[in-house]
Design a protein around this ligand. Structure first.
Ligand code: HMG
Ligand code: MG
Length: 301
């Protein structure tokens, strides 16, 4: 069985880096990932540079990788918070637009400066325009397993936001554990509930690994029928509006797990491990992937 892996390292992974990562490094990172066989990349966020300065060069990043992506059949996505972001997404030529809200009022307010209801209204013209241009649309929902400000989040709230996004016409729903607090039993129950309101083959698990639960949550999601997962090379990342949240599940760890389960991804784990080591060294951080670090250590014998 084929699993769709969406690489979010260049966006979710880098957005919280304190020092600006040069455009050419972001571009090199994406080229390496494409060469490793990654077919779905979230390359940028067309958000306000005042809110997230690290993403200010998104247009240049996407334009630089576009020919390579096109030649290799790679789909590029980017976060779009409003009409202005949508105009940049059009100039960039992304294949997929990601609208993003949350299952927590406080988080949405801090993240995109409006209420959940207002975010849905704001996204309406964005989705309409994206669809009229033949672009795919994903709806990302933060804090599905818990909120850094409000604590527990109910399944009913998650389902309500899914339904609102479904009415807008999104093609795929991302269930995000922004602060990585979910545990497998809770995740499986949530994904099962989600499967009753949205086609489960178009639901993605976006797990941050703050509490070390992300892989267990992938396993729980697989049981519930999910076969799309997001990850970031070397486990890079964190959200500027979720203090203490660490990076996404590392791509190397996800690939090691999925391949070990006999599932296919089409991605070369060894090549991603090299890229993980390179970007970690460049950023001056320890490699956040256990599998990546282990594979690189084995190579150096
Ligand atoms: P606002 O301040 O209410 O917006 O922010 P505004 O319309 O009043 O505009 C303020 C200024 O921003 C204006 O500039 C606009 O032109 C500019 P000024 O006139 O002051 O010079 N502006 C923009 N510039 C470029 N691109 C745009 C854009 N929009 C306005 N698209 C806004 C509202 C939504 C813009 C802001 O809150 C924002 O950009 N938020 C983004 C926050 C963000 O990127 N968070 C991280 C990504 S979400 C995430 O990581 C979670 C996820 O991984 C899932 C999970 O793990 O949970 C997806
Ligand atoms: Mg995230």
């Amino acid at each position: 069985m084929q699993i769709k892996v969406l690489e979010v390292g260049a966006r979710d992974g880098l957005q919280n880096e304190p020092n600006f990562v040069a455009t050419q490094i972001k571009v090199e990172l994406l080229h390496q990932l494409i060469n490793a066989g990654v077919k779905h990349i979230e390359a940028a966020a067309f958000v306000s540079p005042k809110w997230v300065p690290q993403m200010a060069d998104g247009l240049a990043v996407v334009q630089s990788i576009w020919p390579d992506a096109q030649a290799q059949g790679v789909k590029i996505s980017a976060l779009v918070p409003n009409d202005k972001g949508m105009q940049t997404a059009i100039s960039a030529g992304v294949h997929e637009v990601v609208i993003f809200s949350a299952a927590s009022e406080t988080f949405v307010q801090k993240n995109i400066n409006c209420s959940i209801e207002q975010s849905i209204v704001r996204f309406q013209p964005v989705v309409q325009l994206a669809k009229s241009l033949g672009k795919r649309v994903r709806g990302s929902i933060s804090c599905c397993l818990g909120c850094p400000y409000e604590g527990e989040v109910s399944v009913a709230t998650v389902l309500k936001v899914i339904k609102q996004m479904q009415v807008l016409g999104v093609d795929e729903i991302d269930i995000a554990d922004t602060i990585g607090v979910g545990a497998a039993k809770q995740v499986q129950a949530l994904m099962q509930a989600v499967s009753h309101v949205f086609p489960i083959e178009r639901v993605a698990g976006h797990f941050h690994d703050t509490y070390g639960q992300a892989l267990a949550n992938v396993a729980a999601s697989l049981h519930a029928g999910v076969n799309v997962f997001h990850s970031s090379v070397a486990g890079l990342g964190g959200c500027p509006y979720a203090k203490g949240a660490t990076g996404n599940l590392a791509t190397e760890d996800l690939l090691y797990f999925l391949h070990g389960m006999g599932l296919q991804t089409g991605i070369d784990l060894s090549a991603v491990a090299q890229t993980g080591a390179w970007i970690s060294q460049h950023l001056g951080r320890p490699n956040g992937s256990r599998a990546g670090a282990a594979l690189m250590a084995k190579k150096s014998y």
